[in-house]
Design a protein around this ligand. Sequence first.
Ligand code: 1PR
Length: 589
Amino acid sequence: MEGVACASFTSSASKSLSFSSLSQSSIITLRQNYHNNTLKSKSPRKLVIRASSGSSSGSVVTLLDYGAGNVRSVRNAIRYLGYEIEDVRTPKDILNADRLIFPGVGAFASAMDVLTKTGMAEALCAYIENDRPFLGICLGLQLLFESSEENGPVNGLGLIPGVVGRFNSLNGFRVPHIGWNALQIAKDSEILDDIGDRHVYFVHSYRAMPSNDNKEWVSSTCNYGDDFIASIRRGNVHAVQFHPEKSGDVGLSVLRRFLNPKSQGSKKPTQGKASKLAKRVIACLDVRTNDKGDLVVTKGDQYDVREQTKENEVRNLGKPVELAGQYYKDGADEVSFLNITGFRDFPLGDLPMLQVLRHTSENVFVPLTVGGGIRDFTDANGRYYSSLEVASEYFRSGADKISIGSDAVYAAEEYIKTKVKTGKSSLEQISKVYGNQAVVVSIDPRRVYVQGPNDVQFKTIRVPKPGPNGEEYAWYQCTVNGGREGRSIGAYELAKVVEELGAGEILLNCIDCDGQGKGFDIDLIKLISDAVSIPVIASSGAGAVEHFSEVFMKTNASAALAAGIFHRKEVPIQSVKAHLLKEGIEVRI
Ligand code: 1PR
């Protein structure tokens, strides 16, 4: 590999430290400490480590997991395809691998820190330089480059020329780049053979750019404001910026082709029409325990989930795992679980919810978000759990993103009052460790009519239809605890502050519209999606396919979420997508 060399690593003292000996908290600490590191000068040198011949059987895949984020999804996808997983515990395991998958998650600096301290970095370089079968995913691609600007500059493995930089949100593209996007295949990559014109799932804020120096590596690019590297290939070495384990059938085929390249002939790619970032259609499952103690999917009318009968039971619309599986098959681009009583029940005590995630992620290969109860908590025995621990448990159980509701409101109120970022709120802590693309803030606003914009200190809009007393203006009051308590902050103010505190996406509900089937609150969604540069998911009120096209045509929402119409089987997800395509709105098919 001329022209590229592994960065110099101070691994001799740390080689004895194995991945398995690192606890989750020590990895988190390593990550946090590494943020202060600066780019060290590189001294390329010849690698002396040589791979020994692989000893694993044909159905075994070696996985390099350093304990950050949702590697469970990759594990599930590999197992779903019929392979067994052997975890890397020492650098030698890398050198002995027949096929190595490296799903990088979390931040660049912390990942490099762990790789360097454990001696894995050097082994990885040797493995790749010997052209052994390798598949890097997301950060697993970025780490192959010389350096990254993420909390840096920070040295990478230095195998591919180039610097990993942040997307520029100034040109109107929302950062993080979240969603299903199209590839431009640059050269034969084999593992991409089934993709053709279909979308694959990306979630990242940083990317590597194609250049003359790295063009021999680039197998595909993706356009999002500018053309960035979507995949690389050289001999047996592959890496993808997108997530095959989250890209549905087409993503599974990428993994299958990597795991068993010889078994499949070249296939004509399935035809699609992917050309750019697709608008997402998300199925949402509000989950809670009913009065009999069963965990059920429920659905409210303006957040009231009880039947209007004498028994006043919690509405039961089905079982969470089954419904999530069904929506995946029906073409949902994401599935969200909201543990709607999480504000009063501690989620780590709520093991069924973790079980739901674990089971769902075994068969659902699109992104999963989970929300409800993410906050610091002290249990009856005085044991303190940080919100970061709660989130980590959700990630370990299969979540790709966590969603914070009430706690984000308190954090924003505090920040507005003190103008100080303490770094201690759940939002700040979780986004620092897992990246802001992993943190959604769920807003539960209610419309409040006023006579004029000067009546309140919050951003108002002129309403197209006057309020009950002829009011011409309204503001959107944030609530906490499932809409039970109104707070002194508007949705507009909250959205702007949570973006600053580290949110990567906003789930924008509307209590007035929830369950009404009369369409999304276009005024609210326009107000918020114009105010922030992170993606906004429009939620509440979908009752017909036209409501989806309306929200995408009239606002800058990146995704639309619905619950009731899907649960009641009034409108299948595929009908929504067919309608959007007919209206010229790009969606994943
Ligand atoms: O405050 O961090 O514990 O999070 C609680 C989470 O639970 C929040 O995301 C909050 O939105 C949600 N939640 C709490 N109570 C309810 C309730 O309904 N009683 N559900 C609730 C919110 C709203 C949407 C719903 C859409 C689409 N549900 O998620 O799915 O409105 O519905 P539609 O298509 O049928 O109109 P924390």
